[in-house]
Design a protein. Structure first.
Length: 392
């Protein structure tokens, strides 16, 4: 479990939805109904492992303010109306670490717009979600492995993706599909460096390298990459954080259980979002402690990476809860296995399923969507963003 509990925050607009959420937290029917009768705008759910969460004075303080409070076997839940109110409680009880943590989470949950610095510029994530086009130069990726017979073909496809609307191009030379085996750094470099160099010359898109190896990241950055997309969240290679820090590039920290070779061997979560938020929070703090500026960090919940079918669906339903981490959200559902389970289609024929997934991700606050079918998903993002409305 995480060394850092994270206070979850979600809107309280639909009592039926909140009732289901309370049941998931282990609330009994009677106390849950009493809690629902006095809901404010938000619900904060603090794990009991957090500092002072078990202190009965907190419940008395909130009850005196007329705030509904509910304790389950794992969480203390209460319903603030705004960030200002949560901040006021924290001031009234400076001894209550859980109220300070709640105020921080509420503040982060209201943050929608970000500017991510990269060498020679930055990425504006304040408006329409950005599209990250996938350029896999591997023989065995689950969807498009072996699609490009040469680096030149991969470069041509990447340039086409940029013309279709991909503002970021993510180049990967090692498959991370379930059951895949690692390749040597030398092999990975031989695949990605010619493509990155060609894309740097042929397009203005921001280039990203999808790797867990520090040696590959170092050479990729020299070849033009400005983002390191690390599916291990800097955990696999102890040298990766230093490379990212010294280069000043951005980094995507993805949640993953196990390795690509083992991650789908009976994954299990007692509480998916509590564990995911805690583990991603730990990786963010590890990156910051290594000297990487928080502003350069993006997070990815890792759909399909050590997740069960039902976990992947839950990531869609509650994606907005990642906002409490205070960093922009990357979401990569393109052609993934859960879509095959739902549609019965092979990977190459999952564009329609991907479109539905991308729509849900945009409606629930994704800042970047990582996809294969850029031209089609550009329209999907535009329509979904218009329905959602501008991010505040």
């Amino acid at each position: 479990m995480s060394r850092n509990g994270v206070v979850r925050v979600f809107p309280a607009g639909d009592p039926a939805t909140v009732r289901d959420r309370l049941r998931a937290f282990g609330a009994q029917t009677g106390p849950a109904e009493a809690f629902l009768r006095n809901l404010r705008a938000l619900v904060a759910a603090a794990p009991l492992e957090l500092e002072d969460a078990g202190d009965p004075r907190i419940e008395r303080l909130l009850a005196a303010e007329g705030i509904p409070v509910l304790r389950t076997g794992s969480h203390l839940l209460f319903s603030p109306s705004s960030f200002a109110q949560a901040e006021e409680w924290a001031r009234k009880a400076p001894w209550a670490g859980v109220l300070r943590a709640s105020a921080v989470s509420v503040a982060k949950s209201f943050t929608r717009a970000f500017h991510v610095p990269i060498p020679d510029g930055g990425i504006d994530l304040s408006g329409t979600p950005r599209i990250m086009g996938i350029v896999n130069v591997t023989p065995d990726s689950f969807s498009d492995g072996g699609a490009y017979r040469s680096a030149a073909e991969a470069v041509t496809r990447g340039i086409a993706m940029a013309s279709e609307g991909a503002e970021i191009l993510d180049v990967g030379g090692e498959s991370s599909r379930p059951g895949s085996r690692p390749v040597s750094p030398e092999e990975e470099l031989s695949r990605v460096i010619p493509v990155l160099r060609g894309l740097a010359e042929g397009t203005d898109a921001v280039l990203s390298v999808d790797t867990t190896k520090a040696s590959v990241a170092r050479e990729a950055i020299a070849a033009g990459a400005r983002i390191v997309n690390d599916t291990s969240a800097l955990a696999d290679d102890p040298g990766m954080a230093d490379i990212v820090r010294d280069a000043g590039c951005a980094v995507v920290l993805m949640h993953r259980r196990g390795t690509p070779e083992t991650m789908q061997e009976a994954p299990h979560y007692d509480s998916l979002f509590d564990e995911l938020l805690g583990e991603l929070s730990d990786r963010i703090e590890a990156a910051v402690e290594a000297g990487i500026e928080r502003e350069r960090i993006l997070v990815d919940p890792g759909i399909g990476f050590g997740k069960r079918f039902e976990d992947n669906l839950e990531l869609h339903r509650h994606l907005e809860e990642l906002r409490v981490l205070g960093r922009p959200i990357v979401f990569g559902p393109s052609r993934k296995g859960f879509l095959g389970t739902l549609t019965g289609k092979p990977a190459a024929d999952r564009a329609y399923g991907t479109a539905a997934s991308v729509t849900a991700a945009v409606l629930h606050g994704a800042h970047v969507v990582r996809v294969h079918d850029v031209r089609e998903m550009r329209e999907v993002v535009r329509v979904a963003e218009a329905i959602r409305g501008p991010m505040a």
